[in-house]
Design a protein around this ligand. Structure first.
Ligand code: UDP
Length: 240
């Protein structure tokens, strides 16, 4: 099966790694995601992964702690997920490296762009921990930043919903899913794709985002192969 996208940035939210538990890590989920990624790598895909941390801690949800400090805690949460995912990938014989935006050299490599690209070229998955390394940002923004830096063809945003809707599909039965939508519309209508900083960065750097559901982990393979799933967000509305 030929791949539509050769180099991708996969964004996995912390929530997705928690599975039905809603908190912490579900190792069955880690295993099924890792198996899907293994198939993609076997086909020659180069995969960088940004992991979220919301299954442990979100800085903006905490009103008890100073925001910057809370964000530091959130970034540390992403490292726990990065390490768990690295372990899951190694169990599937996938070569993997974790790089963190905040140095913790006993645990992971520091983020070095050139080295990350070299790993990708050698067929290693690179997991980017600590988001951007800065408070007040999100792992969505980290995804757009890393995607731009590694020159990814697309961001694959695996979520709990199967695409982008005109309104919240959990609240409104009549919600309609887009096949494709522009970043401008996402920003103007406040569609729940990613935060506005991340969306603007993708728009400005012309990085498409495919939003799809992880309810079937093989959707990662389907997405990379170019199957019609989810919603594609691009600068201009695509005709296809
Ligand atoms: N975070 C941060 N800077 C970043 C990325 C993440 O401060 O560049 C912190 C922030 O507190 C955030 C938490 O890490 O709430 C977890 O990331 P995020 O909420 O994006 O995770 P997700 O919702 O995707 O699981």
């Amino acid at each position: 099966m030929p791949l539509k996208y050769k180099r991708v940035l996969l964004k996995l939210s912390g929530e997705a790694l928690a599975g039905d538990k809603g908190f912490g890590i579900d190792y069955d989920v880690i295993r099924t995601i890792s198996q899907s990624i293994q198939k993609c790598v076997a086909l020659g895909a180069q995969i960088g992964i940004v992991v979220g941390g919301g299954n442990f801690f979100r800085g903006r949800s905490s009103d008890q702690i100073d925001r910057t400090r809370a964000d530091h805690m959130g970034m540390l949460a992403t490292v726990m997920n990065a390490l768990a995912l690295a372990d899951g990938l190694e169990a599937q014989q996938v070569p993997v490296r974790v790089q963190t935006a905040i140095t913790m050299q006993q645990i992971a490599e520091p983020y070095i762009r050139g080295r990350a690209i070299r790993h990708l070229e050698k067929g290693r998955v690179v997991i980017f921990g600590c988001g951007t390394g800065n408070p007040y940002f999100s792992t969505d923004t980290a995804s757009s930043l890393r995607a731009a830096e590694i020159d990814a063809d697309i961001i694959l945003k695996a979520t709990m919903v199967d695409g982008v809707y005109d309104r919240d599909p959990h609240k409104y039965e009549a919600a309609v899913r887009y096949d494709n939508v522009s970043f401008q519309e996402v920003l103007e209508k406040g569609l729940g794709v990613m935060d506005s900083t991340a969306a603007a960065m993708c728009r400005d750097n012309n990085i498409p985002v495919l939003v799809f559901s992880l309810s079937n982990p093989d959707n990662i393979l389907a997405a990379i192969s170019g199957e019609q799933i989810g919603t594609i967000v691009k600068e201009e509305k695509a005709d296809e």
